[in-house]
Design a protein around this ligand. Structure first.
Ligand SMILES: *[C@@H]1O[C@H](CO)[C@@H](O)[C@H](O)[C@H]1NC(C)=O
Ligand SMILES: *[C@@H]1O[C@H](CO)[C@@H](O)[C@H](O)[C@H]1NC(C)=O
Length: 860
């Protein structure tokens, strides 16, 4: 007993020390990178589905890191207020004559009036490199003659004059809309990131480096707007990528696909004309800043780069929770830059990411659905679990020693360890083996890896390869082709093309992905008319395998790129089945546009899947039940209603009798009142309470009657018995569903319209365009034209086009969200335009487009 007591005290001590050490180690070892201080996972959808960093600096002058992770629950994240926060208004002297330079110029910012940022003086400086790659270890661009890749585009026949006329008419309409949006931007938001198309102001969610201007360059060129292009090229020269008053961190993924891709694409479409060399120079300027994000122990990139010198003193690690797309969608831009500059370091940077993805795809047990990656990845390169276990083991050893010493003497008190640490109560206290902490873990050596001279204290780390982030390790894993995933997969076949087929792993990785998508994610919706279309679901694995997958049958705009990917990959890798699937995927999004009241697909919805992909007959009853999972209860309640009504009628009868009785009594009472009062006064006391009680007892009704002593305001009222309200006939399942469908304008087959916005996204028209160029089938042009007309009808403003709040409204023009993202001009309008251009313009056999629709020249 005596020994037992001492032992308890020691265990408590050991536990406290362990906890303390764990916290200390957490702070010293894991959080050098500011990145890790960001709240929550950093992954973001390909497009800012959830929110934009709030560009309104406000009085505090701080840019919040309000980046929400894409949700894993049914409802996608709603947009935050950011979309509606009015940005700084441009001064009234903005009369259409572009004012420059503005970006990053503090004098100009001051002119702009309110909330002028004060931090413009700080510039990025190249920080010390902690983990440089020796020149001889750089992964080099592949050399050799590009492989022959099968032709992608349909062999278009000569078109008839009538077809040509119709096509060119449409082309002109699209160009007119693009010009309107461009001139709106030029007049009201020049040199800022985005036009706010309703309030005629500007926003700066992407560091204020003129995102729309850079993103639109190649679109202007392709549409033959040469004067506008020249003017923008001049203005781009003044962008200063080394500073921004708008953000503390550079969103790396968005910066690469929009700015870097935009500059490279624009330079490429000019035929690499030396006259526009400044575009390439600008791309290099930006890339040199971005190269710092790869300076981590495992060379996996930081995704939100704190660019200010004060934040770049210590070494950094990549995030423990990175979105697949953000990690995987840098390859094309850096590859093309390496090709254009001959600098292998740009290629090396992304080749290492590809290798990590390849390893993850092939490593046994690393992903529940082989071929697809878990949605959130731990790119830190450090195995926290292993580190924690080792710390604990080390602590146990120390504790053990302490304990051995204490056996010689010392006092003991405290809790029973069996209770405190949840060990088996029958463990023999005092025996070495029963020590609750020591028993768990064998001591381990702590390997000094990733050691580089001069690293701060605590930079030891148990290395690990790219892996699912801890949410996955603890059993939860989700897999999809949607937001925050998409473009990583999109880039496998595109990289293959850009590298002239000389790096076969991109083909293998694509094929593995596509096979897994076909096996685990594709589904057909069940809806009126039995549309023969496909969508890609989100799957959850609860046990890290495919044995227990559960599904979210989602229909999301971001996933609409998938048709194009299947079509492109199917052509270049000679997989005709994939092309057929690509058509059905593209048609899925066309269907989702067509059935909505505005003719535009929502951002995020769910549908009812077919049980059988081939034989799927629409079953309205099943759809209704999906819309009303409580159908059972509802119908039961409807049946019960008549019973309740019967009961109530009986009560009502009683009630009526009661009323009559009371009336009688009241009359009698009134007559005798005067006599009573006189008697009471004579007796000098009141007999009222006793009388009341007697009355109560006598009149207590059967159940169903309620006594009411006070009114709604708590004031006493004359006592009376009330009849319960007559039962209301509840909605039957059928009534409920019919009303819901009517009220919410739910098209057949849809189960929920979780996010009803349309934010000018391109993915649906992108896939339609791929299908047109691949198949030559003119019906794709008709589908695209329907989309165009619907989108223009719903989104047009006086000076441009705006995101809309609800695609499921019938009565009026949808509410406008006052946002025109740069991808509207960079992608959506470009794809609409190219759908009606002659097929030799940006032919897929000569060009490959990045995920922001910037065309890069393929090697010949
Ligand atoms: C980690 O990835 C590399 C390739 O990037 C591979 O060679 C190595 O075997 C992997 N290590 C583990 C433990 O899987
Ligand atoms: C991390 O370490 C633990 C414990 O040693 C091990 O089980 C796990 O496989 C490691 N994870 C990775 C991704 O290497």
């Amino acid at each position: 007993m005596f020994r037992f007591r001492r032992y308890r005290a020691l265990v408590v001590c050991a536990f406290v020390i362990t906890v303390l050490l764990y916290h200390v180690s957490k702070n010293s070892q894991w959080d050098h990178s500011r990145e890790m201080w960001h709240p929550g996972p950093k992954s973001r959808p390909q497009r800012p589905l959830d929110n934009q960093p709030n560009p309104d600096l406000g009085a505090a002058g701080k840019v919040p890191h309000g980046v929400k992770a894409p949700t894993k629950t049914q409802a996608p994240p709603k947009t935050t207020q950011a979309a509606t926060v009015p940005d700084r208004k441009l001064p009234s002297h903005h009369d259409g004559s572009p004012k420059r330079p503005v970006v990053g110029d503090s004098a100009a910012e001051q002119q702009d009036g309110d909330a002028a940022p004060t931090s413009t003086a700080i510039h990025w400086k190249k920080p010390k490199e902690w983990f440089p790659i020796p020149e001889q270890e750089l992964i080099m661009l592949p050399t050799g003659t590009p492989k022959r890749v099968p032709t992608i585009q349909f062999a278009f026949p000569k078109e008839s004059p009538a077809d040509k006329e119709k096509r060119e008419e449409r082309l002109a309409k699209i160009k007119a809309e693009a010009k309107r949006a461009w001139y709106g931007y030029r007049k009201y938001a020049w040199t800022h990131d985005e036009l706010t198309p309703v309030t005629k102001g500007a926003r700066n969610p992407f560091c204020g480096w003129a995102a729309t201007m850079v993103d639109s360059l190649d679109t202007l060129w392709i549409m033959g707007l040469k004067d506008e292009f020249e003017e923008a090229v001049e203005a781009v020269k003044d962008i200063d990528f080394t500073t921004t008053p708008w953000r503390d961190d550079i969103p790396v993924f968005e910066t690469i696909i929009r700015y870097l891709g935009g500059l490279i694409g624009a330079y490429d479409v000019t035929g690499r004309d030396p006259k526009y060399r400044s575009l390439l120079d600008k791309a290099v300027e930006l890339a040199e800043i971005l190269m710092s994000v790869f300076d981590t122990p495992n060379r996996l990139p930081i995704l939100y780069y704190s660019w200010k010198p004060e934040f770049n003193v210590n070494p950094k690690r990549a995030s423990t929770s990175a979105g697949v797309a953000e990690l995987g969608s840098m390859s094309m831009e850096f590859t093309r830059l390496a090709q254009l500059t001959g600098k292998h370091k740009y290629y090396d940077a992304i080749a290492r990411i590809t290798d990590a993805f390849e390893d993850l795809q092939n490593r046994k047990g690393a992903t529940a659905i082989p071929g697809i990656f878990p949605e959130n990845l731990d790119a830190s390169g450090c195995n926290r679990t292993a580190a924690r276990l080792q710390k604990q083991a080390a602590q146990n050893q120390a504790d053990d020693t302490l304990w051995q010493r204490s056996l010689a003497g010392g006092s003991g008190s405290g809790q029973d360890p069996a209770v405190a640490y949840d060990v088996q109560p029958n463990a023999e206290p005092g025996s070495g083996d029963s020590h609750p902490l020591r028993k768990r873990l064998p001591p381990q050596r702590y390997p000094a890896s990733f050691r580089s001279s001069g690293l701060p204290e605590g930079w030891d780390c148990v290395p690990q390869n790219l892996t699912g982030s801890s949410s996955y390790a603890s059993g939860a894993g989700s897999y999809s082709m949607g937001g925050s995933q998409d473009s990583a997969y999109e880039y496998f076949p595109k990289q293959y093309l850009l590298l002239g087929g000389l790096v076969p792993k991109y083909r293998t990785m694509h094929e593995k992905t596509v096979d897994a998508v076909k096996e685990y994610l594709l589904f057909r919706p069940m809806a009126e008319g039995d549309p023969d279309v496909l969508f890609s679901a989100k799957a959850y694995s609860s046990d890290g395998t495919t044995k227990q997958l559960s599904y979210q049958w989602e229909v999301t705009h971001l996933t609409c790129f998938l048709g194009g990917m299947f079509g492109l990959g199917g052509k270049i890798f000679d997989r005709p089945d994939d092309v057929e699937i690509g058509k059905k995927l593209a048609d899925g999004c066309v269907w989702a546009y067509d059935v909505m009241p505005t003719g535009i697909m929502p951002e995020y919805a769910t549908v009812l899947p077919c049980r059988d992909m081939v034989n799927c007959k629409y079953d309205e009853k099943e759809w209704y039940r999906a819309l009303d999972p409580n159908y059972d209860m509802r119908d039961r309640q409807a049946a019960e209603y008549y019973e309740k009504l019967d009961q109530w009628k009986k009560q009502e009868e009683k009630w009526n009798k009661e009323q009559a009785l009371q009336k009688q009594a009241a009359e009698q009472g009134r007559r005798s009142e005067a006599d009573k009062e006189a008697a009471a006064r004579a007796a000098g006391r009141s007999e009222q309470p006793a009388a009341d009680a007697a009355e109560d007892a006598q009149q207590r009704p059967e159940s169903g009657f309620q006594k009411r002593d006070v009114d709604a305001n708590g004031a006493p009222v004359e006592k009376q018995w009330v009849l319960p309200p007559k039962p209301v006939k509840p909605e039957s399942h059928l009534e409920y569903v019919t009303a819901k469908i009517k009220r919410e304008h739910i098209p057949s087959g849809f189960v929920s319209l979780n996010d009803k916005r349309y934010i000018l996204r391109p993915e649906a028209i992108e896939s339609v365009w791929y299908m047109y160029r691949i198949t030559g089938d003119k019906s794709w042009q008709e589908k695209g034209w329907r989309m165009f007309e619907a989108v223009i009808r719903a989104t047009s403003t006086e000076v441009g086009h705006s995101a809309i709040h609800d695609v499921a409204v019938t009565d009026s023009k949808p509410k406008l969200d006052d946002s025109m993202e740069s991808f509207w001009l960079a992608e959506t309008l470009k794809y609409f335009y190219l759908l009606f251009e002659t097929p030799d313009v940006i032919s897929l056999d000569e060009w490959v487009l990045n995920t922001e629709a910037h065309p890069f020249r393929r090697p010949t």
